[in-house]
Design a protein around this ligand. Structure first.
Ligand code: CMC
Length: 423
């Protein structure tokens, strides 16, 4: 049996055989056989935008790998900064490469004073931190004009270092402004995550001492969120990057996509849902209402995963460690009961609906003291690494500019009617 498909144009009887390569078929022979007939795929549910060697995802088996390494192994043994090196460069670093990477990231954490004083502080007092972050990422391109040299790998590498390093500083600055607290400068003697926590929470103490368990938990959460194949934000990044816009502008576009509640905002929705349910006793009635079509079980289901989201399993274990330090989030018991009831109910079993990454992450963030508005910002910090890995891959591949076609359903040509002659 040949590893190919055959397309026949029934109008003419012409056909073309297209080989299946890497699990896909090229659109080129289709285009040649059927000029002007476009392949309709709203939501890109069946379209591969090209080849990629960054993140492997098998939704049926519940597998997630970065550059071939299983997410479980990375979460157990690696660090976010080592994972970010892996995602960007394709290989785990040697000790020497890691030391250099750590040094470079640590020494690019400061942001230009004008970014903070003139730009961030120009927002309205109640600005959403995620809206501020989207704008600040885009604004960085005006501070690093050489970033427009996207064809130069050395220039790109510099911007990648800057962006990964500055994300915690920008994120914390957005939070501090939104709650009226003074900005805390980065401390280069601290680790990546400790430094972020210090910039978030430091008040008047000379040195903020981050809890090691919480620091480790956040580092693992950063690993789990660092990349996730061709999701909505990454597609936005690739679209803007395909026009050869600089990496700051492309990442700002991705960040704007992440801001959407269908994408990065579900962990926030989970907390709201659990708060509304209120008690364990109310869980069965809530599940019944969902089955009757009244709303959805937030943090359940996934477009790609039709099995347990492997990130959710890891997060559930982290939650235990975090709650030992912070005290249990009172919403946890409701979440556990919800999961238990849903996973034994035929409605959820038959539709392959399992907890996704967002089901438990919000509970952890909340227990750690992060306000709900910061949840998506916490997602954006590590996802910047994923976005930049895709940016780099795109530039090396030098793909065509993204420019899909459409199926026309509008009016045929018609003549302009003056306003007083319109009915
Ligand atoms: N609660 C109840 N029913 C559900 C849910 C849910 N969370 N998710 C899907 N279904 C049902 C849906 O009603 C449909 O049933 P039927 O066949 O009877 O019409 C069936 O399952 C298939 O649903 P779908 O909407 O066609 O599936 P999708 O792949 O288009 O949607 C999803 C995926 C993630 C948008 C959806 O599962 C959902 O809305 N989940 C809740 C929101 C959520 O947790 N989002 C976070 C996703 S993970 C973070 C990220 O990757 O960005």
């Amino acid at each position: 049996m040949p590893d190919s498909i055959t397309i026949t144009d029934n109008r003419t009887g012409s056909s073309v055989e297209i080989p299946i390569v890497d699990g896909g078929v090229s659109a080129d022979p289709w285009r040649k056989l059927l000029p002007g007939i476009w392949f309709s795929d709203p939501g890109f549910t069946t379209t591969a935008l090209g080849t990629s060697a960054i993140t492997y995802l098998d939704g049926e088996e519940g597998i997630l790998r970065y550059r071939g390494y299983p997410i479980e192994q990375l979460a157990k043994s690696s660090t976010y900064l080592e994972v970010s090196y892996l995602l960007i460069h394709g290989e785990l670093p040697t000790q020497e490469q890691y030391d250099q990477w750590l040094h470079d990231i640590t020494y690019h954490t400061f942001i230009h004073e004008n970014v903070r004083k003139r730009f961030l502080e120009g927002f309205h007092y109640d600005a959403h931190p995620m809206g501020m972050l989207v704008s600040a990422m885009g604004a960085l391109s005006t501070f690093y004009l050489e970033a427009k040299g996207v064809d130069d790998p050395t220039v790109r590498a510099k911007q990648i270092t800057r962006l990964i390093a500055k994300m915690p500083t920008l994120a914390a600055a957005c939070h501090r402004f939104s709650v009226g607290m003074p900005f805390v400068y980065p401390d280069n003697s601290m680790s990546f995550v400790e430094n972020f926590l210090s910039m978030m929470w430091k008040v008047a103490e000379p040195h903020y001492a981050a809890d090691p368990v919480l620091t480790h938990a956040l580092d693992v959460l950063f690993i789990l969120h660092a990349d996730h194949e061709q999701n909505c934000g990454t597609l936005a990044l690739r679209t803007v990057g395909s026009a050869h816009a600089d990496p700051y502008s492309a990442c700002a576009a991705a960040c704007a996509a992440l801001y959407g509640p269908r994408h990065g905002g579900a962990n926030e929705a989970v907390i709201k849902m659990l708060t509304e349910i209120g008690t364990i006793d109310a869980v069965p009635d809530f599940i019944k209402a969902v089955k009757e079509g009244h709303g959805r079980l937030q943090g359940f289901g996934h477009r790609v995963y039709k099995n347990y989201d492997p990130r959710a399993t890891i997060i559930k274990n982290i939650a235990d460690d975090v709650f030992e330090v912070t005290g249990k989030n009172p919403l946890l018991d409701i979440a556990l009961k919800l999961e238990e009831v849903a996973l034994s109910d035929d409605y959820f079993i038959s539709r392959k609906l399992y907890p996704n990454v967002d089901f438990y992450s919000g509970l952890i963030y909340q227990a750690m003291g992060f306000p709900i508005e910061m949840f998506t910002v916490l997602f954006a910090i590590p996802r910047t690494t994923g976005w930049l890995s895709h940016y780099e891959e795109l530039m090396v591949q030098d793909q065509k500019i993204y420019r899909p076609r459409q199926l026309w359903t509008g009016a045929d040509e018609r003549s302009y009617v003056p306003i007083d002659a319109r009915s």
